[in-house]
Design a binder for this molecule. Structure first.
Ligand code: PHE
Length: 447
């Protein structure tokens, strides 16, 4: 079966960036940075991203590009025995993440719709705060919006690797970058207390840095860079053999961090200028921001731009998740891409709806009193991704023949290895697996 390939360097970058830039950047990073020492956290985050996450990303891209197949088969091709389970775990994680991620994608669609029709205008701050809770409790709205969000990514994935996924990202990623720059300028230059927000985000507070902070930074970096579950591996399998993987990966890590910092510069100046609480987690995006726009000059337009930005970020990540499962199903079950994708999306629409309904407060789809949405969220980020990342980097460093790793990282086989390669290989074999193992053991409470 002919496999797709990304056509251009820009297209490759935009597509990988589309996967990594998501809700992890827009909401989670600013919140964590604000809470954990501002720019001191940022410094730790950058170090961890370079020393621990970059090697995992290079491992995934190398495994994928050397085998040119889905995540499970890639492991099977290289090594016999149970290693294929690592790929299978990744595909399973992609399935689980899509099921709750599509729900959040649906929220941003709903807020986009509400912004366009002026739903929030004239509402008091309490009424706006209730809007999100009532929307969740309704059940039907969140489910339908989640299905629309899934449907859009379904169309993109069915259109194919280059005609669908690459082209879609090539349009949406530059648009996302322009949107975020407009919003940053507005926050920095047009709001009364913008410096307070910037100070909250960037003032270094080294006393807040502890081992726990380092681990928090690592978990965030993993999620934000879409690592540990085969998405980068699958995208790697579509990257043409003359692209420079270390350069691409370094560019992606830089871009991902930049977007994370910029979104902090959008959100915090606004939060401080309108006297809202900066440390309120997920509700910060969906509950607080409409309040801000309501009180802000030009708020109607900025609200639309903001939720458009959130939706672009969410849907491009969702596409990479759906593609990871689709590549697996179409290659392993020997189905046509569109049939495999449709079948997967149908089953996801069931689990996704269950996740959406589990937040309605009616006790539907709760296990032990916990909504399925929360369970999927924590099991995937706390267990599946670190576990997957650990085995992936171990596999690339110790199991995959070193000439394969070298040829992927240097694009040549015979040359005596350059210093860059020697450093990267050391990070892949030693630094990264030890840190990831530490993170995992801490997350599951062993340390
Ligand atoms: N990286 C995405 C974000 O920052 C989330 C994601 C995780 C996407 C894993 C794909 C795979 O939101």
């Amino acid at each position: 079966m002919a496999r797709g390939e990304f056509n251009s360097r820009i297209g490759t970058f935009a597509t990988v960036a589309g996967s990594v830039v998501g809700l992890g950047n827009l909401w989670r990073f600013p919140y964590l940075a604000g809470e954990n020492g501002g720019s001191a956290f940022l410094l730790v985050y950058l170090c961890v991203s370079l020393l621990v996450s970059l090697p995992v990303m290079l491992s995934e891209l190398s495994i994928g590009r050397s085998q040119r197949c889905n995540a499970m088969r890639a492991f099977k091709n290289i090594a016999p025995g149970p290693w294929f389970l690592v790929g299978f775990l990744g595909v399973a994680a992609a399935y689980v993440i899509t099921s709750f991620y599509m729900v959040v994608g649906g929220w941003s669609l709903e807020f986009l719709r509400a912004s366009v029709v002026g739903e929030f205008s004239g509402k008091s701050s309490d009424e706006i705060k209730n809007y999100f809770d009532l929307f969740l409790a309704g059940g039907t709205g969140p489910t339908l919006q989640a299905l629309v969000s899934l449907g859009i990514s379904l169309v993109v994935v069915v259109l194919g690797v280059s005609k669908g996924i690459e082209r879609f990202n090539k349009i949406l990623m530059p648009a996302l970058f322009v949107l975020i720059l407009i919003l940053v300028c507005n926050s920095l230059f047009c709001l009364p207390e913008s410096w307070k927000g910037v100070t909250f985000l960037l003032k270094p507070d080294f006393e807040k840095i502890s081992l726990q902070t380092v681990l928090t930074a690592m978990g965030q970096s993993f999620f934000s860079l879409s690592l540990g579950m085969g998405a980068m591996l699958t995208y790697g399998s579509y990257i043409s053999s003359d692209r420079n993987l270390p350069k691409t990966a370094l560019g992606i890590v830089t871009f991902d961090s930049l977007v994370a910092i910029l979104s902090g510069m959008v959100i915090f100046p606004a939060v401080f200028s309108f006297g809202l609480e900066p440390t309120q987690g997920p509700t910060l995006l969906f509950n607080t921001m409409p309040n801000i726009f309501q009180q802000m000059p030009g708020g109607y337009g900025f609200s639309i731009l903001f939720f458009l930005l959130v939706y672009f970020a969410a849907v491009t990540s969702q596409v990479s998740l759906l593609e990871t499962v689709t590549a697996f199903a179409s290659e392993e079950l020997r189905m046509k891409r569109w049939k495999a994708c449709l079948a997967i999306a149908l089953t996801m629409s069931v689990t996704g709806s269950m996740c959406a309904l589990s937040l309605s407060g009616h006790g539907w789809f709760e296990i032990g009193g916990k909504p399925l949405f929360d369970i999927f969220d924590s099991v995937s980020s706390n267990v599946m991704l670190p576990l997957g990342g650990f085995f992936i980097v171990l596999f690339a460093g110790w199991i995959m023949p070193s000439r394969v790793l070298q040829s992927q990282l240097t694009n040549s086989e015979n040359e005596s290895p350059s210093i860059n390669y020697v450093v990267l290989r050391f990070l892949i074999r030693f630094v990264s697996p030890i840190f990831v193992a530490l993170l995992f053991l801490t997350l599951i409470g062993v340390i």
